[in-house]
Write a protein that binds this ligand. Structure first.
Ligand SMILES: CSC[C@@H](O)[C@@H](O)C(=O)COP(=O)(O)O
Ligand SMILES: [Zn+2]
Length: 210
C-alpha cells in the first residue's frame, strides 16, 4: 500500500469508529479525536472541530511525529486536533502504539469528576478485553489527570505517569474524557468499547448503591 492508500484505509477505519462512538453517545457535539500511525514518522489525525460521527476523507490530516511545532502537517496550513500533542507523545513512547482514540462519554466525564485520584475497576469480566488482564479479579486503577487547556503540558504530565506505570491501557482527564490506544485501530476501538462499558457499569453500580 502506498502512502495515500494507507492514509485512506486508516481514515476509513477511524471514520467507522467515529460513527459507532457517536451512535453510542461517546462523542457528543464535535468532541473526541482519533489518530492512527502511518509509518515510523507520520500519523493521520482528525482535523479540529469536525463532527466525529460524520467523518469523511477530507476530515483527516497527516502530521509528522517528531515535529513539536506542527509544521510537518499535510496539507500545509491544515488545523489538526487541538489535542494533537496527547497523540504525538503516545506514538513516540514506542512502535506498539498504532492508534489512539479519545472519547467524551457521560460515564467518563462524571466518574473522572467524582474520583480525581483515579477510578478503580475490579470484579468485571470485560476487564479481560484490556491488555495484560486475564481475570475478573484484576484491579485496574485508571489514572485521572486534571484537565488543562495547555495540551503539551498535560501530555508531559500524562507521559511521565505512563512511563512510570508501563502497561496501563488508558487514562481519564477530569471532567473531560477517556484516552486509550492499541496496536491497530481495531484494537484501540476494542479498548474504547471495553472502557466505556466498564465505566458505565461503575457509574450505575454507584448510583444504585447510594
Ligand atoms: C467540542 S468540546 C471538546 C474539545 O474541546 C476537545 O476536548 C475535543 O475532544 C475535540 O477537539 P478537536 O480539536 O476537535 O480534536
Ligand atoms: Zn477532548
Amino acid at each position: 500500500m502506498d502512502g495515500m492508500e494507507q492514509m485512506g484505509a486508516r481514515g476509513e477505519e477511524l471514520s467507522r469508529a467515529g460513527r459507532l462512538f457517536f451512535d453510542r453517545g461517546w462523542v457528543p457535539a464535535t468532541a473526541g479525536n482519533f489518530s492512527a500511525r502511518l509509518d515510523a514518522r507520520h500519523m493521520v489525525i482528525t482535523a479540529s472541530g469536525r463532527h466525529k460521527g460524520e467523518l469523511g476523507a477530507g476530515d483527516f490530516l497527516v502530521v509528522g511525529l517528531e515535529d513539536e511545532t506542527l509544521k510537518d502537517v499535510r496539507p500545509p496550513g491544515g488545523k489538526p486536533s487541538a489535542e494533537t500533542a496527547l497523540h504525538l507523545r503516545r506514538y513516540r513512547s514506542g512502535p506498539d502504539v498504532g492508534a489512539v482514540l479519545h472519547t467524551h462519554s457521560l460515564a467518563a466525564t462524571v466518574l473522572s469528576r467524582l474520583n480525581p485520584g483515579g477510578v478503580v475497576l475490579e470484579g468485571y469480566e470485560v476487564l479481560k478485553a484490556l491488555p495484560g488482564v486475564d481475570s475478573h479479579t484484576a484491579r485496574l486503577e485508571v489514572p485521572v489527570f486534571g484537565n488543562d487547556q495547555d495540551i503539551p503540558r498535560l501530555a508531559a504530565r500524562v507521559e511521565a505517569h505512563l512511563s512510570a506505570h508501563p502497561g496501563l491501557p488508558g487514562y481519564l482527564i477530569e471532567g473531560h474524557g477517556l484516552y486509550t490506544w492499541g496496536r491497530s485501530v481495531a484494537e484501540a476501538r476494542r479498548h474504547v468499547e471495553a472502557f466505556e462499558f466498564l465505566l458505565a457499569c461503575e457509574l450505575e453500580v454507584r448510583r444504585l448503591s447510594r
